[in-house]
Design a protein around this ligand. Structure first.
Ligand SMILES: [Zn+2]
Length: 188
């Protein structure tokens, strides 16, 4: 039994934390006022829905949110474009799928130093990175993506123009080589 609380669990009069009913009303008004004009972000909403319901979102729902986020990032980034330095887009499932696809295309090997995915996981505890060749994170065309390890990923942040040229050349070379192999030996 708690002698300094009433039936509803509130502090009784005389207790230092006692709140009168008038003060409680005033607090309610202040809180509702401060919440006016407060807009939840889509991600926030999504997290709330998840937290409250514990339900998983349908793929369609996820796709809708992803698309609207993509639109927003494109807008933000084109207006504040600083030579390719951009905020990371949100990592929803479809982006992860694309990353996995690129890493698989590049045979689970860093295309600069040859570190393998297994070595990377052992060393850093992460999968290999997928690098945007033109440094524009909204350009997720497959010919703009290449697999790099963490170390190389930080290296290519210097001399960006040089690396851009290098990777473009390299991907073109790989593409031609693959096509040649396909024709000559009928392999994929
Ligand atoms: Zn590397």
């Amino acid at each position: 039994m708690n002698y300094y609380r009433d039936k509803k669990g509130r502090f009784i009069k005389g207790h230092p934390d006692f709140v009168s009913s008038e003060k409680r009303k005033l607090m309610a008004i202040t809180i509702s006022k401060s919440k006016k004009g407060y807009k939840m972000s889509k991600v926030h909403k999504l997290n709330m829905i998840k937290a409250i319901t514990g339900r998983k979102l349908s793929d369609k729902h996820k796709e809708n949110i992803s698309n609207s986020l993509k639109g927003r990032f494109l807008k933000e980034e084109s207006s504040q474009w600083k030579g390719g330095i951009s905020k990371k887009p949100y990592n929803f499932d479809f982006i992860q799928e694309l990353r996995d696809k690129i890493i698989k295309r590049d045979s689970f090997v860093c295309q600069l130093c040859g570190n393998t995915q297994d070595e990377e996981i052992e060393e850093f505890g992460y999968k290999l990175n997928v690098h945007h060749i033109d440094y524009d994170k909204t350009n997720s065309k497959e010919n703009n993506l290449i697999t790099l390890c963490r170390r190389c990923n930080s290296i290519v942040n210097k001399d960006r123009l040089g690396w851009m040229k290098y990777f473009k050349k390299r991907l073109n070379w790989v593409k031609t080589a693959r096509e040649k192999l396909k024709k000559e030996f009928n392999v994929r």
